[in-house]
Design a protein around this ligand. Structure first.
Ligand SMILES: [Fe+2]
Length: 241
């Protein structure tokens, strides 16, 4: 237990993702970004992510740096990149031994998400191709929620960022809500997302009112194969992140 306390005081940049104190008490492996070996391939990156998330504490900066260091190679991820003309798609790549979900999101020109939360998970987003725009929002206040029927008190964008190929963004519910969009009229975008722990539904928000609705997450494909209709990709309206 003492070691756990030491861990907590020494690793202020770590997040706890599990309850196993033995794993928490492990050494500070995967904390020093200077020790990161560049992942040569997507397979290398996934292998390293599985090792990192096997521990019950994770260093956000370490994961962000590791994902940034992988240089996107379309030959390695093209088999997962499936587009739909009507909306962006979520394509499962790896289930991280239950600790995380890793997926490709494929954005046709001008496709975007709604404003959404992340179910108390940690979200890493790496751009594999093109660029994406992130609009960051604060959570609606209780006052907004109660008065939004008037049409006032909508959500106001707090910050707009653009992430280019190979850059990595991070968000969690403590940072706020966001919306992602491919702003290009001419280029597609592909992003690699890691969510830990995995989640199946989140809140989506109406910008004008601040009202939220629960939205289930679905996969357009899993491990490179189109998800059959009637299972994950049924008629349910699905939103994602
Ligand atoms: Fe998101």
């Amino acid at each position: 237990m003492e070691v756990v306390n030491n861990y907590q005081s020494n690793c202020s940049k770590c997040i706890q993702i599990g309850k196993d104190t033995d794993k928490l008490a492990a050494d500070e492996k995967y904390c020093d970004v200077a020790s990161i070996r560049v992942p040569e391939t997507l397979t290398d990156l996934i292998s390293e992510l599985n090792k990192i998330f096997a521990l019950d504490r994770v260093n956000i900066e370490y994961v962000q740096t590791l994902m940034t260091m992988y240089k996107s190679n379309p030959k390695e991820w093209r088999k997962y990149a499936k587009f739909d003309q009507h909306r962006y798609t979520r394509n499962l790549v790896d289930e991280g031994n239950g600790k995380f979900n890793l997926m490709l999101l494929c954005w046709n020109e001008n496709q975007g998400s709604s404003i959404h939360s992340h179910a108390n998970s940690h979200c890493f987003l790496k751009v594999l191709e093109g660029s994406v725009k992130e609009e960051l929002y604060d959570w609606p206040t209780q006052h907004q929620d109660l008065t939004s029927d008037t049409g006032h008190h909508g959500l106001e964008c707090r910050k707009i960022s653009t992430f280019n190929t190979n850059e990595v963004a991070y968000i969690s519910d403590s940072i706020g809500l966001h919306r992602i969009e491919n702003p290009s009229h001419t280029e597609k975008a592909v992003t690699l997302h890691l969510y830990s722990p995995p989640f199946q539904e989140c809140y989506c928000f109406d910008k004008m009112t601040g009202h939220s609705t629960v939205s289930k997450m679905t996969f357009w494909s899993k491990f490179g194969k189109r998800t059959p209709f009637g299972s994950d990709c049924g008629s349910t309206v699905a939103e994602n992140n």
